[in-house]
Ligand binder design. Structure first.
Ligand code: NAG
Ligand code: NAG
Ligand code: NAG
Length: 423
């Protein structure tokens, strides 16, 4: 009894974060006190997180673990503790995954650095948590869109960009997010071939984090400054960035959120333009217009709901259903953000030209993505254009999994008063 008491006293004096090696794993204690907080166990043979005990409750699934890709197979794993920060480094020939754990914080911070795309063809971390410990999320199913009381659930939603949702985001869209199957799965996608428009980049991805709470939403602004001094491969601390852009922008539509992106083959950056300013010039024309359409029906919902559900495989329009929170596509009061051949095609715009507007004119239709060769074709009064060539194909689903970003295209038709059109 005396011995037990002194053991407890000894443990209570340990730093809040400490690492202890067991036979083939390293165990990290995040919280204060003996049983409080999170205790994380990492397999030193492959870097899998095999146990996440929070306030005495096991959150990790026991058959499938929390890991990069679908597990690294084998990896070299080292750990160190300094200044109440434990740093676990998981290394393969192409991957270095740093998982720092800060004092007294029930959060696993992660930074992933790669020199080659993983064999699974996408870069992702999957937490496979215990379904019995974390039962919520059963409505979000795996394969892969489900209807619950008229609303849709999918592992793909939402696609809200990271710059608008720091808790659940990817840079421009979030890929697979979470699903409850045999495990409760959470995903952090760094890249994938879903609606892929650019070549994969390598280098550092992150920081990102798995934050465990007692039920409250985790903070939307996790403080990752402590990672600045850890020497993670490829990590650049904000304090080490000397070159900033400043200036102004113009030529954008008023009332529309502006995102400015910078990219080359090595990196990409983006900024929500409101309130900041950057001098940019573009080779894109901003033509003066007689009219243009802006503000598209359901555009505000597409990133988090399903636009079209095939009920009983039937293509009858009356049986097409969207998430009930969306406006009906067919009876559109404003131009729909997506056109589906079997649902809302054609869409008719009625416009009466004033005498001064009649003359040689150009109609441009710009699209951000197309699927299965979908492309615009126009009819003006009695004239019907030929169909333009099929747009370049983008792999995998787009609008039906919550993203609209693809390979931007423009179709142009010119006509003069006699309505002879050509493109
Ligand atoms: C989680 O599940 C419990 C038990 O079924 C339920 O009472 C609670 O409302 C759920 N919470 C959320 C956020 O869905
Ligand atoms: C973030 O953490 C650092 C120490 O790692 C601290 O110096 C800084 O004040 C913190 N920032 C905020 C906003 O809390
Ligand atoms: C941006 O343009 C404005 C107006 O031409 C100019 O005054 C300012 O110096 C420019 N800023 C940069 C960073 O070039």
């Amino acid at each position: 009894m005396k011995f037990l008491c002194s053991s407890l006293a000894f443990l209570a004096l340990l730093p809040h974060a400490f690492a202890a090696f067991w036979s083939d794993d390293v165990r990290l204690k995040h919280g204060r006190g003996l049983w409080a907080g999170l205790v994380t166990t990492i397999n030193t043979n492959n870097g899998d997180i095999t146990s996440l005990v929070f306030n005495g409750k096991q959150l990790q699934d026991s058959s499938k673990f929390t890991q990069l890709s679908s597990g690294l197979g084998s990896a070299s794993v080292s750990s160190s503790v300094a200044n109440n920060v434990a740093k676990i480094t998981i290394t393969t020939s192409t991957i270095v995954n740093g998982t720092p754990i800060s004092l007294g914080v029930n959060t696993i911070y992660i930074g992933t650095s790669i020199t080659a795309e993983p064999d699974v063809g996408e870069l992702r971390l999957i937490a496979r948590l215990s379904k019995s410990a974390l039962p919520n999320g059963t409505a979000i199913e795996g394969s892969d869109v489900f209807l619950i009381n008229g609303q849709t659930r999918s592992k793909f939603y939402s696609s809200v960009p990271f710059i608008r949702d720091q808790v659940h985001g990817g840079p421009f869209f979030r890929d697979i997010n979470n699903q409850g199957s045999a495990q409760q799965e959470l995903y952090w996608y760094m890249n994938s071939n879903h609606e892929q428009t650019e070549t994969y980049r390598t280098g550092f991805f992150g920081p990102y984090a798995l934050a465990i709470t007692s039920g409250g939403a985790p903070s939307a602004s996790l403080n990752t400054t402590f990672m600045d001094s850890l020497g993670l491969r490829g990590y650049v601390a904000a304090s080490a960035v000397y070159n900033f852009c400043a200036g102004s922008y113009s030529g954008t539509l008023s009332g529309t959120a502006v995102t400015i992106g910078f990219k080359n083959s090595a990196a990409q950056y983006w900024v929500a333009a409101s309130g900041s300013s950057i001098n940019l010039s573009s080779s894109l024309s901003v033509p003066s217009v007689i009219w243009r359409i802006a503000g598209f029906l359901n555009a505000d919902k597409i990133e988090s709901m399903h636009p079209v559900l095939y009920i009983s495989g039937c293509l009858d329009d009356s049986l097409f259903r969207s998430d009930t929170r969306m406006s009906k596509w067919g009876a559109a009061s404003s131009f729909p953000m997506a056109q589906f051949k079997a649902v809302n095609n054609p869409t008719t715009i009625k416009w009466t030209a004033s005498s001064s507007q009649i003359g040689a004119r150009t109609l441009r239709i710009r699209t951000t993505e197309a699927f299965a060769g979908g492309r615009p074709q126009i009819t003006v009064n009695s004239f019907t254009s030929s169909a333009p060539a099929a747009p370049p194909a983008v792999d995998s689903r787009g609008v039906t999994r919550g993203t609209w970003r693809g390979l931007n295209q423009v179709c142009k038709w010119f006509w003069c008063q006699s309505l002879v059109l050509f493109r």
